[in-house]
Design a protein around this ligand. Structure first.
Ligand code: 13P
Length: 287
């Protein structure tokens, strides 16, 4: 059964480790992450962007697939199904479809509007027992080939949003989605420390987990980060393994073209990447 992310993140924050959010794109991705979590006795969060939601035939399809897998694969570790960077409408759609956790990303609105919309969702999520992630200070990333710098959140605004009763807070600390540019200044620990001081025990979320050096990841965890999102690194591992398979001509041998065989190296690569991240984040045997 899917669970809210609240308990697993409170335990992580308390125990000074982080739970990984791994984004899913298809059946193979989902199965690889769930099996790795189970094999390593780790809690896990499956992230779904609105784009991935559309690709996978809508939120109801995803809920059906994930619930089916939990049962058929005998998954007993805590699993949350989480909307990643949701719009207000997307958040409502995922709540209706049966997601157990929601992110409403109101970081691009003026703070008053972010507060208003987040408040409405806090009330709904509380009634239904779902966890809710809010965001302050937008997280940069690549758009049309240009990599935008990650903003640093205003700690006072973080407190205003945290006080609304959200479960977890994503605060921009110079992190960005996708690969980091050569001249990236690194995470702003000054901002993270200030945010952490303002929000008390609230689990903090680090987006853009791909390519952050291990020592920075560990320091972020020591300063209240309890959830770390990883997407691009799994995609790169999948791509590399698939390319090797094709370049070695294995798709041309025997029944190598069979999608079950063609996708198998990528599936194994995602499993290895997820395990590596769970080790780094310290979530193994914390289920
Ligand atoms: P990366 O793609 O940089 O790993 O970031 C993932 C993320 O933050 C999803 O919200």
């Amino acid at each position: 059964m899917l669970v809210s992310a609240k308990e697993m993140l409170e335990k992580a924050r308390e125990g000074k480790y982080a739970v990984g959010q791994f984004n899913i794109n298809n059946l193979e991705w989902t199965k690889a992450i769930l099996l790795t979590a189970q094999e390593n006795n780790s809690p896990v969060i499956l992230g779904v962007s609105e784009g991935a939601g559309k690709y996978m035939c809508g939120y109801k399809t995803i809920v059906g697939m994930v619930n089916g897998m939990l049962e058929e694969l005998g998954i007993t570790v805590p699993v949350a199904l989480h909307l990643d960077h949701g719009s207000f409408e997307g958040a409502k759609a995922c709540i209706n479809a049966g997601f157990s956790s929601i992110m409403f990303d109101g970081s691009h609105y003026p703070i008053e509007d972010n507060i208003r919309m987040t408040t409405e969702l806090v009330n709904t999520c509380n009634v239904l027992g779902l966890s809710l992630e809010a965001e302050v200070g937008s997280i940069g990333g690549e758009e049309d080939g240009v990599v935008g710098a990650g903003e640093c959140a205003d700690p006072k605004e973080c407190k205003m949003i945290a006080d609304l009763g959200v479960t977890m807070l994503a605060a921009g600390i110079g992190n960005i989605h996708g690969k980091y540019p050569e001249n990236w200044a690194g995470l702003s620990f000054e901002t993270l420390e200030a945010v952490n001081k303002e929000v008390g025990d609230m689990p903090l979320v680090l987006h853009g987990g791909t390519g952050i050096p291990d020592d920075m990841v560990k320091k972020a965890i020591s300063l209240g980060v309890a959830k770390i999102n990883v997407n691009t690194e799994c995609q790169l591992s999948f791509q590399e393994a698939t390319r090797e398979y094709i370049e070695a001509g294995k798709d041309l041998q025997g029944k190598g073209f069979d999608p079950r065989k063609l996708l198998a190296p990528g599936f194994e690569a995602i499993k290895a990447k997820v395990k590596e991240k769970m080790e780094l984040f310290g979530s193994i045997n914390k289920a």
